[in-house]
Design a protein around this ligand. Structure first.
Ligand SMILES: CC(C)(COP(=O)(O)OP(=O)(O)OC[C@H]1O[C@@H](n2cnc3c(N)ncnc32)[C@H](O)[C@@H]1OP(=O)(O)O)[C@@H](O)C(=O)NCCC(=O)NCCS
Length: 178
């Protein structure tokens, strides 16, 4: 891996995914504010800098890479946070912990393109054969999105400490990559 940046040059989208730096926290907060419809499904409907910093801190503790999703002209339009390996001590497992696309940029195929690019980056490590994720059961749009991306629901609804109820997801990759 290089500096963790992922360049996407797909037919419809030229994007870049890059670990966020300290001086970009306000841009991250702007993305969170444009995702308050999603935050309202959880314990804290209003975006705040405290929430952003807490999420980045948790990501660091879990071995995650907290990234911004940028357009070609450098505007941050979303965030994705992922643990590239050693998810819960499993050297063959990765974890997608957070994906948020700012409301004006949804339903254009960006989420799908970003997930595919991050999966491909994760799979540069040939030992990774499973990517886990999770989704709140009160977010049917996201459940449909993850299903379409090839993720299966592998648990009953689980009540988490933040009072959200979510199901675990997983996607397996064939061991033989040719
Ligand atoms: C869930 C989320 C990440 C999906 O991202 P997205 O960029 O909107 O996803 P896509 O555009 O790739 O796909 C969404 C839908 O748009 C449709 N779509 C894709 N390209 C399209 C296009 N060019 N024109 C019209 N529709 C399109 C897809 O078919 C898909 O339909 P579906 O909902 O029936 O599956 C986004 O809605 C989001 O950030 N939501 C708020 C936060 C959230 O819920 N995060 C997930 C938590 S687990």
């Amino acid at each position: 891996m290089n500096d963790g940046s992922i360049k996407i040059d797909a037919q419809d989208h030229v994007l870049e995914i890059q670990p966020v730096s300290r001086d970009e926290l306000n841009a991250v907060l702007d993305v969170y504010r444009q995702c308050e419809d999603f935050l309202a499904l959880g314990p804290m409907a209003e975006a705040s800098m405290e929430m952003v910093m807490k999420d980045i801190e948790i990501s660091k503790k879990q071995g995650g890479i907290f990234c911004g999703i940028y357009t070609a002209d450098g505007e941050m339009i979303g965030v994705i946070d992922y643990v590239p390996k050693n998810h819960q001590g499993n050297p063959q497992a990765a974890f997608l912990s957070l994906l948020m696309i700012a409301a004006p940029f949804r339903n254009q195929g960006i989420g799908k393109t970003v997930v595919e690019a991050v999966e491909s980056e994760i799979r540069n490590d040939a030992s990774i054969n499973t990517i886990f994720s999770g989704v709140q059961i009160n977010n049917p749009q996201a459940i449909r999105f993850w299903r379409r991306a090839g993720y299966s629901i592998i648990s009953e609804p689980i009540l988490h400490s933040d009072q959200t109820v979510a199901v675990d997801l997983r996607k397996d990759f064939p061991p033989d990559r040719g």
